[in-house]
Write a protein that binds this ligand. Structure first.
Ligand SMILES: Cc1cc2nc3c(=O)[nH]c(=O)nc-3n(C[C@H](O)[C@H](O)[C@H](O)COP(=O)(O)OP(=O)(O)OC[C@H]3O[C@@H](n4cnc5c(N)ncnc54)[C@H](O)[C@@H]3O)c2cc1C
Length: 493
């Protein structure tokens, strides 16, 4: 076996690449290993055929410069260009709502929505959301503990429990439908997740200013890996390495066992072993030990920078402690999300009578990027593949395109014929191994600070750290992941 790594970092998404970049000048031997043949994970930028000047962001797409300090710093150090993200974040006055078969604008929700609401709830939607959270809760002085009026600590109960206790059914449906984030309203999401942080009457109306990266969001992790590799000849990066197990050797180093993977047209799978040594050729494995179709390496310390589902599938003693196992499986819920992009040679939709940049609906299109993934996964299984970017992990089928056009027509109140067939189409559904989720929501019954503290370094005896933002109460944005990395790096000073 070649000389052990001082640090092995697993996963080349934003958290793995940022960990590698932050540690790059420490005069250590660091290797970064990635399951697929792509740097970026959920930062994934493509361009549709014939539309090279538009970044199509299959995952993360925007950041808030006022809040996301670490993102600002990194983007600056990488020399990337920050530009306005035109859609902003959240609804604005010209947003379109299509709920229970009725078309409305944002400002009409209070008066026109087809829900049998009590008169006190016929108020602007931001005020209603604030009332629903604020009227039935009490917070401790520092805001750390939020209880319902009858004294139940809200981290213990589900959002549905809270709604059932304090709201009539119609208001509950209206609040959920108009918010439209499927992922936020699962029956198992903690009630405390629904408490808004600010009174809308105190903030300025309209969407928050948000920014994006001119070169595409994926340019952040790829730029970080580039600088990591430039910083020292001792550093390595290995694509197509699927970490399966982690074992502590008696000399206290860790033995990492990888399955080599192969990526064809964007789909990555483990290489099947048919005979001894097969699967060890063709990858950049020459310096690694490869027998029986697995690659083993060793490291003094290990940073796991990948999502919950893949962590759950990792064979490591440290995850077999009762509390850790419970946190890993049940403390956060995976929230899948999807995006669809159609390519056209002209923006015909801007001429629609109900044209709007942001639409929320009770159809499976739900919102600009939070769909009911089951419907779409099913649609992708039938029909011909339509022109995309040659990556089958984001290819669309003709049935999927048909469904999206049909719902789009319904949401914008036009006929199907008014929604032209696109020249090209792509779709991401973030629900498959090893990523498994777009982001997470806390489950009822778990104290966030306790879970976070434990899961950063799940085993006190081990030098194994979790740097991804799976267990983050701060944020599931990339900033939240980078903050986790900073917490992990305190152990490396
Ligand atoms: C649709 C969507 C929209 C989003 N919008 C935004 C946004 O606008 N702004 C924002 O800041 N955030 C956004 N996010 C969230 C953001 O993308 C994530 O928080 C962030 O990218 C997660 O980074 P990560 O490094 O923790 O994980 P990932 O990006 O998932 O990277 C993990 C990497 O580890 C690899 N891996 C997994 N298992 C293994 C294994 N066993 N062995 C080796 N490698 C492995 C994976 O292939 C992957 O490359 C969005 C996410 C989605 C899906």
């Amino acid at each position: 076996m070649s000389k052990c790594d001082d640090i092995a970092i697993i996963g080349a998404g934003i958290t793995g690449s940022y960990s590698a970049w932050r540690l790059r000048k420490k005069n250590l031997k660091i290797s970064l290993y990635e399951y697929s043949n792509r740097i970026g994970g959920r930062c994934f930028t493509v361009q549709l055929p014939g539309i090279p000047d538009v970044n199509v962001e299959m995952g993360a797409m925007r950041f808030k410069p006022e809040e996301h300090e670490l993102v600002n710093q990194v983007v600056d150090k990488l020399g990337l260009e920050v530009v306005d993200f035109e859609l902003g974040e959240g609804p604005s006055e010209d947003s379109l709502y299509y709920l229970r078969g009725k078309h409305m604008q944002y400002n009409e929700l209070a008066t026109h929505s087809p829900y049998n609401l009590p008169p006190e709830y016929r108020v602007p939607i931001s005020t209603l959301n604030w009332k629903v959270s604020n009227d039935f809760t009490v917070s401790s002085k520092n805001g750390d503990v939020i209880k319902s009026l009858d004294g139940v600590d809200l981290y213990k109960q589900s959002r549905d429990w809270y709604y059932a206790k304090y709201l009539d059914k119609e208001t509950e449906s209206f609040v959920k439908d108009s918010d439209s984030w499927v992922s936020g309203h699962g029956p198992d999401v903690a009630a405390v997740e629904s408490i808004p942080v600010s009174d809308p009457s105190l903030s300025s109306p309209g969407p928050e200013p948000v920014k994006t990266i001119k070169e595409g969001f994926q340019a952040i992790p790829t730029g970080l890996v580039e600088q990591f590799l430039e910083a020292s000849k001792k550093h390595n990066f290995y694509y197509n390495h699927h970490l399966r197990s982690l074992k502590r050797h008696k000399n206290r180093n860790y033995v990492l066992t990888f399955k080599p993977t192969t990526t064809t047209d964007g789909i990555t799978t483990d290489i099947k072993v048919t005979r001894r040594h097969y699967g060890c050729h063709g990858n950049n494995l020459s310096s690694l030990l490869c027998t029986n179709g697995v690659v083993t390496t060793c490291a003094k310390k290990v940073i796991l920078a990948f999502p919950r589902l893949a962590l759950e599938h990792l064979d490591w003693e440290g995850f077999r402690q009762k509390t850790v196992e419970d946190y890993l499986k049940y403390a956060v819920k995976d929230a899948p999300a999807s995006k669809i992009f159609f390519g056209y040679d002209k923006p015909w939709w801007r001429d629609l009578p109900l044209a709007s940049k942001f639409a929320v609906s009770t159809t499976p299109l739900k919102q600009s990027m939070d769909f009911d993934t089951r419907v779409w996964r099913e649609a992708l299984r039938s029909g011909e593949t339509v022109q995309g970017v040659g990556d089958n992990s984001i290819a669309m089928s003709s049935d999927g395109v048909y469904l999206a056009r049909k719902y789009y027509a319904e949401v914008f109140n036009v006929s199907l014929a008014d929604v032209p067939e696109p020249d090209s189409a792509v779709m991401s559904i973030w629900d498959q191994y090893p990523i498994g989720a777009a982001w997470y929501a806390w489950a009822p019954g778990y104290k966030w600070d306790k879970v976070q503290a434990r899961m950063l370094k799940p085993s006190t005896e081990d030098e194994v750290y979790i740097a991804s933002n799976v267990f983050s109460s701060a944020s599931y944005w990339i900033q939240g992941g980078m903050e986790k990395v900073e917490e992990v790096l305190k152990y490396f000073e």
